[in-house]
Design a protein around this ligand. Structure first.
Ligand SMILES: [Zn+2]
Length: 275
């Protein structure tokens, strides 16, 4: 890699209380095999990001994340077909996802939801796939991990119409304080990515102040959304440590206290053994 822009941010000082990166894409970060995964998770652990949930966005990725979660006991998986990829969603795709979703190290159904920013898949196809994933989460008894891009109202409406699963996570939460309050009232869990550290994200930063820590997670969504002050550079799970420190400062809480609370939430939401 050449130039500062292409360089990974430095690995920050280790968090005294470890956290879980609740949403990342190890395959999109460049991992292929077990050695790659171990190296990336070692780097995360060096920053106090002790466990990660690697998330699929298509069927090939779903197979990969389910396998990768068996290579390293610090890695868990989530499977779904991303809303932007729902133009075709065959019976065989559905059967594959359902079988993977029942595996013990697959801890969530995601990422699913609606994306009205990109024009890759028509709304009716996205709605049908989202409803199917909601039902899958209920059938397998696992949390639903939602991708919501410019689709707040339809997400809430469809959850209401279908009946939400017991646990709903808004990955890379992107709403303002008012939308956050509605999600919190509904009992949903809000996962904050590097976007919450962006200095021009006033609405999102206000939202992060009003969410109780027992309904809050931290994630990287790597390789995208690298936190401040490294915006634009490659992201990896270890960068969750930057977001945790920034969130603690924003909320006026000690870092260790927030990290402990975020980990307790992740363990409850994804039913991870405490570590
Ligand atoms: Zn993602």
């Amino acid at each position: 890699m050449t130039g500062r822009r292409g360089q990974r941010p430095p690995v920050p000082e280790r968090l005294a209380v470890p956290v879980v990166d609740a949403h990342t894409h190890l395959d999109a970060c460049g991992c292929v095999d077990a050695d790659d995964v171990a190296a990336m998770v070692d780097r995360a652990q060096a920053a106090g990001v002790k466990r990660v949930i690697t998330v699929a966005d298509d069927i090939a990725s779903a197979n990969w994340v389910a396998e990768a979660s068996t290579w390293d006991d610090r890695v868990f998986a989530a499977v779904a077909l991303h809303p932007t990829r729902t133009t075709t969603f065959t019976e065989s795709d559905r059967a594959t996802l359902e079988a993977l979703a029942r595996r013990p190290r697959v801890v969530a159904i995601g990422e699913t939801g609606l994306d009205y920013y990109w024009d890759h898949s028509p709304p009716h196809a996205q709605h049908e796939a989202f409803r199917w994933h909601i039902d899958l989460a209920k059938r397998v008894g696992k949390p639903l991990m939602i991708h919501d891009r410019d689709a707040h109202e339809d997400i809430l409406r469809i959850l209401r119409e279908e009946g939400a699963p017991a646990t709903v996570v808004f990955h890379c939460f992107s709403g303002d304080e008012e939308f956050a309050a509605r999600c919190v009232d509904a009992g949903y869990v809000l996962s904050f990515a590097g976007t919450v550290t962006f200095r021009n994200a006033a609405g999102l930063r206000a939202a992060a102040k009003v969410v109780p820590a027992d309904q809050m997670l931290v994630e990287t969504d790597a390789p995208f959304l690298t936190p401040h002050p490294f915006r634009g550079r490659p992201n990896e799970p270890y960068c969750a440590a930057y977001t945790v420190r920034d969130l603690a400062e924003l909320r006026g809480e000690p870092v260790d206290e927030l990290a402990g609370a975020l980990t307790a939430t992740a363990e409850r939401v994804f039913r991870l053994a405490s570590a």
